[in-house]
Design a binder for this molecule. Structure first.
Ligand SMILES: O=C(O)CCC(=O)C(=O)O
Length: 446
């Protein structure tokens, strides 16, 4: 316990791989999901054997109008697609999978040298979030930063297997290049000026890159648990390399979960919350989750491509119109991550909640600065006073275009001359934003 407390976790960390290798026939209670969240629940599962799958997009001519159209359609309709002919060498994909499988197959004491803590999340981990007694996912992971350069620290990268660092570096460089090509295609597909999305990320140099390698050991009761709970990705875009042989990823489609059938050596690309905000919800981040199974372990490598963390992110003005009003306040990725960390992964409710807040009145104090919104949003365990509890339905975007509600003053039945006068508010200097004081936020594992 002393060891766990020193590492910053609220309780001793249990490696899922160790549970799996113990040979127990049942999983501990903490991994059992509530009935409605289980893979076996009544929510329909559409298996790809039935022919439904996320779109497949050929990137062999990444700069062409046809590619831009296909990428845009997939981002609008699904928020997900599989990219083939993406330009990242197959041999590198196999090496990347190989070195990381090699890492997880080392003896536990070797991996434990890289045990992570919630202070940075970098390293070998088995849980996301620090809520004591939280329900846990059936998976271990390795998280590391690649960009910006000041966050890269090779001593947090495993030095065994011997070619892991070099391979991971090459892999991240290549996939970052792919992200830049995808950003260009997404921008053309939106019909906005060249480079607009990339500029909103702080340019190619400003964008952040981090990698999470997910390792899902075999599970004796896969019908009761999840490898990764349902979530949308908070960052910009995710490029995921999955296991070719073992299925597991499920994508939300209306009220069903579509099990993705991986195409050999393709990447799975998905829109994150930041691109949803920038595009004023033209492109949509979509909930997904991971199933585990009893027969096979599974490994996936997620590269998260994020906006520069202190830039305000807001809908591009050219995507805002009277017919499609601005859905989101400006908020930096740092502020947003802090919000997520406080609230924990909750499907898609966070980004939809931001839209709701913008639709309602401005925060108390009359300011619509990002900090005012963020600090109001982030106040722990106090619902936003302007926020309706119901979240918008991600599958019915028109639901988020209702007219603004009237303010309390507008509803006052008395004639205008009898309205009480508002006293000017005293000017109180703002304290430094909480996210700047919180050592965890800049390093949350996305
Ligand atoms: O392992 C997978 O297929 C998905 C991983 C994922 O969603 C993530 O790392 O955010």
């Amino acid at each position: 316990m002393a060891e766990a407390a020193a590492s910053g976790w609220p309780e001793p960390v249990v490696r899922v791989q160790a549970l799996s290798e113990s040979g127990a026939a049942t999983i501990p209670e903490r991994y059992v999901r509530p009935e409605a969240e289980r893979p076996s629940s009544a929510a329909a599962t559409v298996d790809t054997d039935g022919g439904v799958n996320i779109p497949v997009v050929d990137l062999s001519s990444p700069g062409s109008a046809a590619t831009a159209r296909a990428v845009a359609e997939a981002c609008r309709e699904w928020g997900f697609f599989q990219a083939v002919n993406h330009g990242v060498p197959q041999a590198l994909l196999r090496r990347a999978r190989g070195v990381w499988r090699g890492f997880f197959h080392q003896p536990m004491e070797v991996k434990q040298r890289y045990a992570n803590s919630p202070a940075t999340y970098e390293g070998y981990g088995s849980r996301l979030g620090v809520d004591k007694g939280a329900r846990l996912d059936w998976g271990d992971y390795y998280f590391l930063h690649v960009r910006p350069p000041h966050l890269l620290s090779y001593d947090k990268w495993p030095y065994l297997p011997p070619d892991l660092r070099e391979t991971t570096e090459e892999y991240s460089r290549e996939v970052k290049g792919l992200c830049e090509r995808l950003m260009a295609a997404m921008t053309t597909g939106l019909g906005v000026g060249e480079g607009r999305l990339q500029a909103a990320f702080g340019g190619e140099e400003g964008a952040g890159v981090c990698v999470r390698v997910n390792y899902y050991p075999r599970c004796p009761q896969p019908e009761l648990t999840l490898g990764l709970s349902s979530h949308s990705d908070p960052g910009g875009m995710t490029v995921l390399l999955v296991d070719d042989r073992v299925k597991g990823l499920q994508v939300r489609r209306a009220n069903a979960w579509v099990t993705v059938q991986p195409v050999c050596d393709a990447f799975i690309v998905n829109v994150g919350d930041q691109i949803q905000v920038l595009t004023n919800a033209v492109y949509r981040s979509v909930e997904h989750r991971v199933m585990v199974n009893a027969a096979d372990e599974r490994l996936s490598i997620a590269l998260f491509y994020n906006p520069k963390s202190d830039l305000p992110v807001a809908p591009l003005p050219e995507l805002v119109s009277p017919e499609r009003p601005r859905l989101y306040m400006p908020m930096s990725f740092d502020e947003y991550r802090l919000y997520i960390r406080r609230n924990g992964p909750r499907g898609k409710s966070q980004v939809d909640r931001l839209a709701q807040i913008n639709k309602d009145d401005k925060p108390a104090g009359g300011s619509d600065s990002p900090l005012a919104v963020a600090s109001d949003l982030l106040r722990p365990s106090q619902p936003h006073r302007h926020h309706r509890k119901d979240v918008t339905d991600p599958d019915h975007p028109s639901a988020i275009h209702e007219p603004r509600r009237n303010t309390v003053v507008d509803k006052d039945p008395r004639p205008p001359h009898r309205l009480p006068r508002r006293r000017p508010r005293p000017v109180v200097p703002e304290p430094p934003p909480r996210y700047l004081r919180d050592p965890l936020v800049a390093l949350f594992p996305f």
